[in-house]
Design a binder for this molecule. Structure first.
Ligand code: HEC
Length: 168
């Protein structure tokens, strides 16, 4: 009986431990990409808006990407650079009708540069994570073809659309 209680307590403790790990940190996209740790604290490369689906976006970069963006070394982006694009539904500010601000969170997408390992998709590892629970997007690894396909017109800019915003 004692042993049984000890086991239950141990299960409880490990359960609490696993529940505390960040949502998504152990998740893997169908192409093997995972959620880069600490992306919430990355710095801004540029904001953007899409009028066709009424969303507002922020493209953030890890240290390697920020360093490259600030020094103009973005063609090609260096290996190790990762960009995150966070997308929200756009909405009007209750107190200022002409101000557009982020509403519901839609998804976050990543592009991670590794010119050798990810050569098949232009040297970039693509992944998309849906909703606040960060559900991996894509039925199988082929989902990345959809990303890569639409980014291919930007081949001469290393498959990247974003222009780093001017920051004094
Ligand atoms: C139909 C076209 C299209 C598809 C499909 C697409 N993208 Fe993009 N992506 C864009 C455009 C346009 C931008 C730049 C404008 C914006 O959204 O901010 C962009 C920007 C990005 C950025 C910021 C870096 C950059 O290139 O500017 C990331 C990261 C990104 N996309 C990831 C993905 C991932 C991951 C997928 C697949 C799951 C994907 N994209 C699929 C069109 C597309």
């Amino acid at each position: 009986m004692k042993r049984f209680i000890v086991m239950i307590v141990m299960l409880g403790v490990s359960g609490a431990f696993f529940c505390q790990t960040k949502p998504g940190s152990a998740k893997v996209a169908p192409n093997g990409q995972s959620i880069p740790e600490g992306f919430e604290n990355w710095r801004l490369i540029a904001p953007s808006m899409r009028s066709d689906n009424n969303t507002i976006r922020a493209v953030l970069g890890n240290d390697a990407a920020i360093e490259a963006a600030r020094t103009g070394r973005t063609n090609p982006w260096p290996d190790g650079a990762i960009m995150a694009k966070l997308v929200w539904k756009a909405r009007f500010h209750e107190a200022w009708a002409t101000a557009t601000i982020p509403g519901d969170f839609v998804h976050v997408e990543f592009m991670e540069k590794n010119s050798k390992r990810l050569a098949q998709t232009g040297g970039w590892g693509f992944s998309r994570w849906l909703g606040k629970e960060l559900k991996p997007y894509g039925k199988d690894a082929d989902f990345a073809k959809e990303c890569f396909g639409c980014h291919t017109p930007r081949k001469s800019s290393d498959y990247v659309f974003t222009f780093p915003a001017v920051i004094p």
